[in-house]
Design a protein around this ligand. Structure first.
Ligand code: OAD
Ligand code: ZN
Length: 249
């Protein structure tokens, strides 16, 4: 079956690179962006624009804290898809993972090599000196005082360390993801609609430079015809079975 062939391809490939999107975290209770009931059904993308942050950091922060509480809830945990990917890495069958997610769940599942092209909401970054800090105490500051959190080093304004609309992407992470796509012999897309650049063009770049493509996503990603393995299925179902097949015997 297709799963067995895909597992063989992963096992036989020299360099395996995965790209994940919001679909890998929906089973953890975090909605994705574009499905029904997703983030864009509940929030205005303009609230995620850097100009909104710059015009009113205090208002932005207050809304951010409320949004995180509503969307993430109290106890978000990695799910079997995160765990299967971390397992593939641990067992030597996944060389790197590029993620568009900012939820930090890959790392919490034990994943080591994670390239974050949209940042990570578990951190904050200083607008002035670019120092980065664990976000937790600063979320508490906003909750308690409603005030904009400030940098302990330079008193600059702190921003969640996630890429807002209108901001450029972290240069190093983007460079790394392009070079990983070019090096990949097998490129695995997991839970992304592939509608946002530069992530959207990474699989094509990989294929153009010789990689076999595999996709696990509930809906069409536009790679049909190019992907050798195309699982239109739930990531929490396919990935654990794929991991199991790759490591068996
Ligand atoms: P999308 O919401 O665009 O796509 C998520 C995809 O995952 C959809 O195609 C779903 O069908 C699929 N999906 C959801 N749950 C799944 C499951 N359990 N199993 C399999 N597939 C599932 O999210 P992204 O592609 O990640 O950027 O969106 C990319 C970027 O758009 C985000 O990083 C965000 C947004 O603008 C920023 O905020 C900078
Ligand atoms: Zn600072």
């Amino acid at each position: 079956r297709e799963l067995r062939f895909a597992a063989d391809a992963i096992r036989d490939a020299g360099t395996v690179v995965a790209l994940t999107g919001a679909g890998v975290s929906t089973a953890s209770g975090i909605p994705d962006f574009r499905s029904e009931g997703g983030i864009w059904d509940r929030y205005d993308p303009m609230d995620f624009h850097v100009s909104r942050f710059e015009a009113d950091p205090e208002g932005f922060w207050t809304e951010r804290v409320a949004m995180v509480e509503e969307v993430y809830g109290a106890d978000v945990e990695p799910n079997p898809a995160h765990e299967a990917l971390a397992g593939l890495e641990r067992d030597g069958h996944l060389d790197a993972l590029i993620t568009q997610n900012v939820d930090g769940l890959h790392q919490r599942a034990g994943h080591e090599e994670v390239v974050e092209i949209h940042g990570n909401g578990d951190r904050v970054v200083c607008r002035d000196c670019r120092s980065r800090y664990d976000a937790t105490p600063f979320y508490d500051t906003v909750r308690e005082s409603g005030e904009t959190p400030r940098c302990p080093e330079c008193d600059g304004v702190l921003k969640p360390d996630v890429v807002l609309f209108g901001e450029s992407l972290p240069e190093h992470a983007v460079f790394q993801s392009h070079s990983l796509a070019e090096r990949a012999d097998l490129f695995l897309v997991v839970g992304s609609s592939l509608t946002v650049e530069p992530a959207a063009s990474l699989p094509r770049r990989a294929a153009d430079t010789g990689a076999t493509l595999a996709v696990v996503n509930l809906e069409d990603t536009g790679l049909t015809g190019r992907a050798a393995y195309d699982f239109r299925a739930d990531v929490t179902d396919v990935l654990p079975r794929l991991h199991g097949r790759v490591v068996e015997d």
